[in-house]
Design a binder for this molecule. Structure first.
Ligand code: PAF
Length: 286
């Protein structure tokens, strides 16, 4: 495995991969790697690409300094995991390498309208501009490739798909299923900040989503049940929404939709989601 810290070397390395007839599989991360990241890397390997991981805690996507400073950065462990999981190249740039004017504001910002406006976008101003900007930069320096993103950050995935479509990047986006622990909690680097009691409370989220997904239900049933389950577990509900999987609006056309949930447990913002089938007929309620 080769660790690279400059964008020019990364550009050259990914170009070499293509020149040798291989496809580049890029897995953008902020480190603190867990089994969820491993599943993205494994998917890139299974697809026959050369797995290239980027590790960069992007300050521009944190609208809260406390959250940024609390973000875990176990770089040595991350590199050991990448090696063990079969990664070929890892990009670990400094903040100055990615954003030369930092800590001054960067003049150029990429903004994706529409899909970013509600949910995480409403609760975390500037967050998606930061993600869109860093993802754009990574796509530009990596060049034609397949990029792997987890479905846990469903709104982020929808935004990245829109970005690629609008900007014409030669990048295939692959969304990969959420990975859960044995109790059902969606894996996230933030879970490390939960106490055992917080972890138990957080399980109400995946339980409620499982209930929502296990048979066709109306939007109202899902909304009421999921909210009530979270409140009962002492979770501060940021949002529960049943949306069209592409537009993230309430224009659900063919009965297939996504439930998006964000809840705050012990100050930690937890995201989860599940595909659901919407039943329009209310006469045969559960
Ligand atoms: O999902 C993440 O880890 C980050 O938002 C990403 C895509 C690596 C951009 O910093």
């Amino acid at each position: 495995m080769r660790q690279i810290s400059t964008l020019s070397e990364w550009r050259a390395a990914t170009e070499d991969i293509r020149q040798s007839g291989q496809r580049v599989g890029v897995i953008p991360t902020m480190g603190a790697l867990h089994e969820g990241h491993r599943s993205l890397i494994q998917r890139a390997i299974d697809d026959g690409t050369t797995p290239c991981v980027t590790i960069f805690v992007n300050p521009r996507q944190f609208n809260d300094e406390v959250d940024l400073h609390a973000y875990p950065q176990p770089l040595d462990d991350d590199l050991a995991r990448c090696r063990e999981w079969g990664v070929a190249y890892v990009l670990t740039p400094t903040i100055q390498e990615m954003w030369p004017s930092y800590p001054q504001a960067t003049a150029t910002t990429v903004q994706v309208a529409g899909v970013t406006e509600e949910f995480e976008g409403a609760g975390r101003p500037g967050h998606f501009d930061g993600v869109a900007s860093v993802v754009t930069k990574l796509f530009v320096v990596t060049g034609p490739s397949t990029a792997y993103f987890g479905e846990k950050d469903f709104q982020q995935l929808a935004m990245v798909r829109r970005l690629v479509l609008d900007m014409g990047f030669d990048i295939d986006i692959v969304g990969c299923p959420i990975v859960r622990d044995d109790k059902g909690l969606a894996l996230s680097s933030r879970n490390a900040r939960l106490s055992p009691t917080g972890r138990t409370a957080a399980l109400a989220i995946s339980r409620a989503l499982k209930w929502a997904a296990d048979r066709p239900r109306t939007v109202d049933e899902i909304d009421h049940h999921v909210r009530a389950a979270l409140i009962q577990a002492g979770i501060d509900v940021a949002y529960v929404a049943v949306v069209n999987q592409e537009t993230l609006q309430t224009d659900i056309v063919d009965g297939s939709a996504r439930v998006l949930v964000a809840g705050i447990v012990e100050g930690v913002r937890l995201l989860d989601n599940a595909p659901v089938v919407i039943r329009k007929d209310d006469t045969t309620c559960c």
